[in-house]
Design a protein around this ligand. Structure first.
Ligand code: 3BY
Ligand code: FES
Ligand code: FE
Length: 424
């Protein structure tokens, strides 16, 4: 298909589309991307259209909106979105944009409402998006039913909420089924957010993801995390030692006996689920490797469950331990600015200061996030130099980065309407 056939002739991004397709077709695989992918405003707008407005994005957790009227909001670039629990108990998502004159409707990160009421002129919507009330003088002809909130695709699985702003959403059933399976023991409806953080990084979102997809930097950067984390990704990690493989075999026998899922599942390059052991003796990602919450999640019998790692490209990675979970959401703000939101989850009946101390629980990942922020920001500053040129990824240490960049390049090319095979 002609890459430009879907582009409008007057679209100012048309030349950028052509240039992007060409750069992606000519990129060297196993090398970082050319500079414009990390700092160009037009390329950023293009990938917001082609990735963030088309793919499924991790938005939040169902336990954040437990009751009808609970909502959370999300900004997908210029697109405000609201996700709300309806009267029917279902999760709905809408463009958070009033159908009167377009004001943002819900203006806080989260809340609870009886109806969705616009703060500007009080147009009032039902939780399922229907317009109920539009002032007194819109005229006899005014059709309430034609002015409901615009829906956004939303799906849930294993307590995770995903949204897609595409006209036609891509497939996600396989991943949702996998999430339901892996997270069944955690009783996801009965968790709560113990503490959360949002940090803004002065770096392109792909640098944030690239950094997360390798542990090549862990030894030099993450002393707190390495009190509990194994640097190996799984037994298929080329660096995995016999001692690590023996530990995995031992732990897997325990997990098998307890009925908790652990095998590695990959769904395309986009989604990956696996349970891997922490350092022998550590049961949680805490400063001392001990539980951060005395009450375990769901119906788990043991805290010693390693970490269930869940990757969802383009914007989430997660660690589920026995006592608590840490979920991460990445949202681009600009070509060189990204917000990373981290939430620590515990059993909803766990008592703050009794079962867990939030300041203790968050220590390791607060430190790790800050260290990763600095790495991504320095990476960005070097990439902005005229001296930058794409550099080689190590297949041994950076296979996860290679996978991410391959996935990104394929999605961009396909969504840009060009499926020509890439050059090697
Ligand atoms: O644990 C994580 O989420 C990633 C993977 C390896 C390094 N990094 C901190
Ligand atoms: Fe929402 Fe006017 S813009 S009521
Ligand atoms: Fe890191």
């Amino acid at each position: 298909m002609d890459p430009l056939s879907s582009a409008r002739l007057d679209d100012p991004l048309t030349p950028a589309r052509e240039a992007t397709v060409e750069m992606l077709q000519q990129r060297r695989r196993h090398f970082s991307l050319p500079q414009p992918f990390y700092n160009d405003e037009r390329l950023f707008r293009l990938e917001m259209q082609e990735i963030f407005e088309k793919e499924w994005l991790f938005a939040g957790m169902t336990c954040e909106i437990p009751a009808k009227g609970n909502f959370i909001t999300l900004e997908v670039g210029d697109n405000p979105v609201v996700i709300v629990r309806g009267n029917d108990g279902d999760v709905h998502a809408f463009h958070n944009v009033c159908r009167h004159r377009g004001s943002r409707l819900c203006v806080t990160d989260k809340g609870k409402v009886a109806k969705l009421v616009c703060p500007y002129h009080q147009w009032t919507y039902e939780l399922d998006g229907r317009l109920l009330f539009a002032g007194s003088d819109m005229g006899k002809e005014f059709d309430l039913s034609a002015h409901g909130l615009k829906p956004v695709h939303v799906r849930t699985g294993g307590g995770f909420i995903f949204v897609s702003l595409a006209d036609e959403a891509p497939e996600i059933d396989g991943f949702l089924e996998a999430l339901d399976h892996y997270l069944a023991p955690y009783d996801m409806a009965n968790l709560k957010v113990a503490v959360e953080s949002s940090i803004v990084e002065q770096a392109n979102w792909k640098l944030v993801l690239e950094n997360n997809r390798e542990c090549y930097h862990c030894n030099g950067a993450h002393p707190e995390l390495l009190n509990s984390l194994q640097e190996f990704d799984d037994t298929d990690d080329p660096r995995a030692t016999p001692a690590y493989k023996a530990l995995v075999a031992r732990k897997q026998a325990d997990w098998e006996a307890q009925g908790v899922p652990f095998t590695l599942t990959r769904l395309e390059r986009r989604n990956r689920l696996t349970r891997t052991p922490l350092l022998d003796g550590a049961v949680s990602m805490t400063m001392d490797g001990k539980q951060a919450c005395q009450k375990l999640m769901g119906n788990l019998q043991s805290a010693d469950l390693g970490s269930l790692r869940i990757l969802h490209l383009p914007n989430s990675w997660n660690h589920f331990m026995g006592d608590h979970a840490v979920v991460f959401r990445v949202m681009p703000l600009g070509p060189q600015q990204t917000v990373v939101t981290t939430k620590w989850l515990v059993h909803k009946d766990a008592m703050e200061e009794v079962d867990y101390v939030p300041e203790q629980m968050r220590k390791v990942w607060d430190a790790t996030n800050d260290q990763d922020r600095r790495l991504a920001e320095e990476n960005q500053r070097g990439i902005n130099s005229k001296a930058y040129q794409p550099g080689p990824y190590s297949e041994t240490y950076e296979f996860g980065v290679i996978d991410f960049i391959d996935w990104y390049s394929e999605r961009m090319l396909e969504n840009l309407g060009n499926t020509a095979p890439q050059l090697r």
